[in-house]
Design a protein around this ligand. Structure first.
Ligand SMILES: [Ca+2]
Length: 89
């Protein structure tokens, strides 16, 4: 992990803690055939803040935002950020 990635992950973790658990969407069972795996919180077809907060709330654990298995970690965060926005059709 680069210093920049580490700083970003730390900043995002601080944001999640600051916003509080009431704003963090926990992972929920995924409906069949989602439009994209990075839409991992509300399954609305957009990768956005709720998905990021869900990912952070699942940090180190398996969940709907664990795209490659082994628990949510930096590679999952980077994949979510790289796919930010409207999911492909
Ligand atoms: Ca979403």
């Amino acid at each position: 992990m680069t210093t920049r990635q580490s700083t970003l992950a730390g900043l995002l973790a601080v944001i999640a803690v600051t916003l509080g658990p009431s704003l963090i969407v926990r992972g929920s069972p995924r409906p069949s055939l989602p439009p994209c795996p990075w839409d991992c919180a509300d399954f609305d077809g957009v990768v956005a803040v709720p998905d990021l907060l869900a990912l952070l709330s699942q940090w180190g654990l398996p969940g709907s935002c664990d795209f490659d298995g082994g628990g949510v970690a930096v590679p999952d965060l980077l994949k979510l950020l790289a796919n930010w926005g409207v999911c492909p059709p």
